[in-house]
Design a protein around this ligand. Structure first.
Ligand code: FAD
Length: 541
């Protein structure tokens, strides 16, 4: 990046930046992207992992957003079938609930209508008995029925990696752990940035004709590098999730609930043998670097779910893992509550030419990438008169691993190579058609076919793949975002951390001091996610 100027420098490697870089690079725009942490390490790996039309936005009458998000749901199910999967939701109706059954039934019709009846399947209404047959753990008292409808679930962190790799395959230069610490403005226009290698402290400058700020909840900070007086664009709200063993709820579906505490819509979502519950939605002043689950967040989520799954009796000590993120939402008029803030996106250009993309959702990232790349192409045309390139077919080009829709064929192919069914399914869900590349490593070294944690499907070949193909540079990159063992193994996979660090040390040439640092930082991350256990909640459990 320091060697030659590029057309476009994207600051921020969450889903938004990745989508911009992919679209721009596919147009032939010389593109570079930096992230100060790991790709997707910000909000984009702390979401509810839903690719959804957004049923609850119907209450806000945000119909345009629902139409757009429903279309994107269909697109992502097609271009990344391994990472974006249909998910059946049950929305139970209770007498006296904030959302009455008639409203829910009308809402589900409208939801299908706004998806032009091209959702995964059309919704159905189930009577009380049928609901209890399919979701036995739900509270019976006051239950009148439930809507069964469809949305999609994704692996948010891996969706970012796949999009980033697609950008890189199209020619983008991408670097994680590289912070844009100041902006270059040689002629009053933003023409690049000073970059700092976060791992070594080394600095360099990257020159670019256009700079895009795609830093999510950090974006007002980056705008102030350009203009210290810039008014904030965002109102940050925090969302927390907790993970509990799925057998405690016994939920077969994703379940949509309205919290009895404040009437907000929330979810209990299945993820293998776990269920994650979320989310909270509260205004947050903390730095995006310091956000975490508090005891209040955890109590709110558990109390809400316990009210619908009375046998679960979840307590804070049942929580296996937590995550929390900040929504980079556009600042609304002051009299709206946090949940009413718009999820739509906006492109803002400063006087000195810094282009900022604000708002949006994981679901609509491809559209955001397109809109920003259009703006960049127009500006490049103004700068040097070059023709505007045609928009690439990002709605049809598969993301890496998404070339085939028939995942069962891939699962069978993996099994035929001698791995257990659970590992075959896990590999296909994570890497799609690239699961074959992971298994090629096992052909060269049988030891790489062994599980990282006994009884779990993840294998050692994935650690090598994460480092060599997915730019993992730190222990948490592998355990938290590439493999998710941090969330899915009790005790934040602390037992596996030492061995994974040793493997990464071999691959990346770490000395003993670096290994110790990585382990210490990883432990601190795990402690932080469980700090809530030591706090006294303000609300009574
Ligand atoms: C709790 C929660 C649940 C959500 N659930 C859903 C959902 O289910 N479905 C959905 O569609 N959307 C969901 N969203 C919204 C969605 O997750 C976000 O809109 C999206 O992830 C934002 O991505 P981003 O790339 O803009 O920001 P981020 O992912 O935060 O990326 C910004 C990046 O910029 C980097 N950065 C910051 N400063 C610098 C700098 N100076 N130099 C270099 N890099 C820098 C950061 O390290 C970070 O990686 C949810 C959000 C939250 C908080």
């Amino acid at each position: 990046m320091a060697a030659e100027p590029v057309d476009l420098l994207v600051i921020g490697g969450g889903i938004t930046g990745a989508g911009v870089a992919r679209d721009a690079a596919l147009r032939g725009i010389r593109t570079a992207l930096v992230d100060k942490g790991d790709f997707g390490g910000g909000t984009s790996s702390h979401s509810s992992r839903l690719i959804h039309g957004g049923l609850r936005y119907l209450e806000q009458r945000a119909f345009r957003l629902v139409v757009e998000a429903s279309r994107e749901r269909r697109v992502l199910l097609t271009i990344a079938p391994h990472l974006v999967r249909p998910l059946a939701f049950l929305f139970p109706a209770y007498r006296g609930a904030r959302v009455p059954a008639w409203q829910l039934r009308a809402g589900l019709w409208l939801y299908d209508l706004l998806a032009a009846f091209r959702n995964v399947r059309r919704h159905r209404w189930l009577g009380r008995k049928a609901v209890l047959r399919v979701e036995a753990g739900l509270r019976e008292r006051d239950l009148t029925g439930a809507g069964l409808y469809y949305d999609a679930q994704t692996d948010d962190a891996r969706l970012v990696i796949a999009t980033m790799r697609s950008a890189a395959q199209a020619g983008a230069l991408v670097a994680n752990y590289t912070e844009a610490s100041s902006l270059l403005k040689p002629d009053g226009r933003v023409r690049g940035a000073t970059l700092r290698d976060v791992l070594t402290g080394a600095t360099c400058t990257a020159r670019a004709l256009i700079v895009v700020n795609a830093t999510g909840p950090w974006l007002d900070r980056v705008r102030r590098l350009d203009d210290p007086q810039a008014e904030p664009l965002l109102r940050l709200t925090k969302g927390t999730h907790v993970v509990v063993p799925r057998q405690r709820l016994g939920n077969a579906h994703a379940v949509t609930l309205t919290s009895p505490i404040d009437g907000r819509v929330m979810f209990a979502l299945p993820w293998g043998d776990q269920t994650y519950i979320g989310t909270t939605d509260t205004d947050e002043d903390a730095s995006p670097d310091d956000v975490r689950a508090t005891a209040d967040d955890v109590i709110y989520l558990l109390r809400s779910v316990n009210a619908f799954f009375p046998q679960a009796r979840l307590a804070p000590t049942d929580v296996v893992a937590t995550w929390a993120g900040l929504r980079p939402l556009l600042a609304p008029p002051r009299d709206l509550s946090a949940s009413d803030v718009s999820r739509e996106h906006r492109i803002v250009e400063s006087q000195s030419g810094l282009i900022t993309i604000a708002g949006g959702k994981l679901t609509t990232y491809r559209v955001m990438g397109h809109d920003v790349a259009e703006r960049v192409a127009a500006r490049l045309h103004e700068v040097d008169g070059r023709p505007r390139p045609a928009a690439p077919p990002t709605d049809r080009l598969p993301l890496p691993g998404g070339e085939t829709a028939d995942l069962e064929v891939l699962v069978e192919a993996a099994k035929a190579r001698g791995v257990l069914e659970s590992t075959a399914r896990h590999l296909v869900r994570s890497y799609g058609s690239e699961s074959a590349a992971v298994l090629n490593r096992v052909d060269h070294d049988r030891a790489l076919g062994r599980p990282i944690v006994a009884g779990r499907p993840e294998i050692w070949a994935e650690v090598v793949h994460a480092v060599e193909r997915e730019m993992a540079l730190r222990l948490a990159d592998v355990l938290v975002r590439r493999l998710h063992l941090f969330y899915e193994t009790g005790g934040s996979a602390a037992g596996a951390a030492t061995a994974v660090a040793a493997s990464m040390a071999d691959l990346l040439g770490w000395d003993a001091m670096r290994v110790a640092e990585e382990l210490a930082d990883y432990r601190a991350l795990a402690d932080r996610a469980r700090t809530f256990l030591k706090e006294t909640p303000r609300s009574n459990p």
